[in-house]
Design a protein. Structure first.
Length: 363
């Protein structure tokens, strides 16, 4: 953890508490891009946070990034903050300064190494990926892998991308393509030029794990707010002459919700603090699995305790439950990451999960 975490999280909380209310979130869900809110959030430097100081970044770490995202998710901020964080880190990995504006990031099965060899970006409807925030972003980062599993990054300014189809979901997404876009050298490319580059020493599995960790951090932040909302509601809702929060059965459920929120946050913090690259994928996989499980159980408890009011559009609970569902599946479900966890443990040379935990702690 760097010294940025606490002041950054507090600044984000102050800003979003003043500017991001349920009406703005609902308007964004209906398709209205909150430009003024993005401009205010951009002052916090999400694109610079994970970039090294040598490339003009803040030199923050993944604990800092997760702290920022937890606060943003607690306010349901309808912005591609996680994507912009990841894009800034990717640019830093190839020695480039952070780019201005919001970023959209997606994984693709398109043969990026072949596009790089050909020197042109041609993405058709058959291989063009669905990209969240594609229409609102200033640039789109697409990630793939070569035959050896090494990550490949295709960087496309928004002007180089056309929308093939609009996809549904809690936040805007679109299937994108590109036709005959020349690919330049990354080091000398202007902000309006596209480029494609291999990321030496970085596997696509690790990049996906880092993206999944950011999704897990948002789950943790939203669950914390879900707990606060539910405690408040059960304290105010009166039945049989007293608040329902005084009933033991309700207290048991609140305790379980608090447990799930806490476990998700601890799992995210542990993964974010994992510095050994040999164990990062395993730690991030465990965090995504546990946060996903917590999202399912926590949402169910919150809706049970809110009752009918929780499913109305007038109440803010649905803003969180819909996002939690999306973040739970984003970049892979619990099943996907449970398998990735087992594979990472095996590749680490440990014969059991417990041996992996002991080995990781010892290192």
């Amino acid at each position: 953890m760097s010294e940025l975490s606490l002041p950054l999280a507090e600044a984000a909380d102050r800003l979003l508490s003043q500017r991001c209310d349920s009406r703005l979130v609902s308007a964004a869900d209906a398709g209205q891009w909150p430009q003024a809110l993005w401009q205010a959030v951009e002052e916090l430097g999400p694109g610079q946070l994970l970039a090294s100081e040598a490339e003009g970044g803040a030199g923050g770490d993944w604990v800092d990034a997760c702290a920022l995202l937890e606060r943003a998710a607690a306010r349901c901020a309808p912005l591609p903050i996680a994507q912009t964080l990841l894009a800034g880190w990717l640019r830093s990995r190839v020695g480039l300064a952070p780019a201005a504006g919001p970023a959209a990031v997606a994984f693709t099965t398109a043969p990026l190494d072949a596009l790089r060899t050909a020197g042109r970006a041609d993405l058709t409807e058959a291989d063009g990926p669905v990209v969240p925030w594609a229409e609102q972003a200033s640039h789109v980062a697409l990630l793939g892998a070569d035959d050896a599993g090494t990550a490949q990054l295709l960087w496309l300014p928004r002007a180089c991308v056309h929308v093939l189809a609009v996809a549904g979901g809690t936040w805007p997404a679109a299937r994108v393509g590109s036709t005959g876009i020349p690919l330049h050298e990354a080091a000398g490319a202007s902000p309006t030029q596209a480029w494609c580059i291999a990321l030496p020493g970085l596997s696509l599995a690790e990049v996906r794990a880092r993206a999944a960790l950011l999704s897990a951090a948002q789950i943790a932040g939203a669950l914390g707010q879900l707990l606060e909302m539910t405690v408040t509601y059960t304290s105010e809702r009166v039945q049989f002459g007293r608040s329902i929060g005084q009933f033991q059965a309700v207290q048991h459920q609140l305790a379980q919700l608090a447990e799930e929120a806490a476990v998700a946050r601890v799992a995210v913090q542990a993964a974010a603090a994992t510095e050994d690259p040999r164990w990062f994928v395993a730690a991030a996989a465990a965090a995504k699995v546990r946060a996903g499980e917590a999202a399912g159980l926590g949402t169910r408890i919150a809706h049970q305790l809110h009752g009918a009011i929780g499913i109305t559009a007038e109440h803010t609970l649905h803003l969180y439950s819909r996002r939690l569902r999306e973040w739970r599946d984003e970049h892979g479900s619990e099943t996907f990451w449970a398998r990735a966890l087992v594979q990472a443990i095996r590749q680490g040379g440990e014969r059991s999960a417990w041996q992996a935990v002991v080995a990781c702690t010892a290192r």
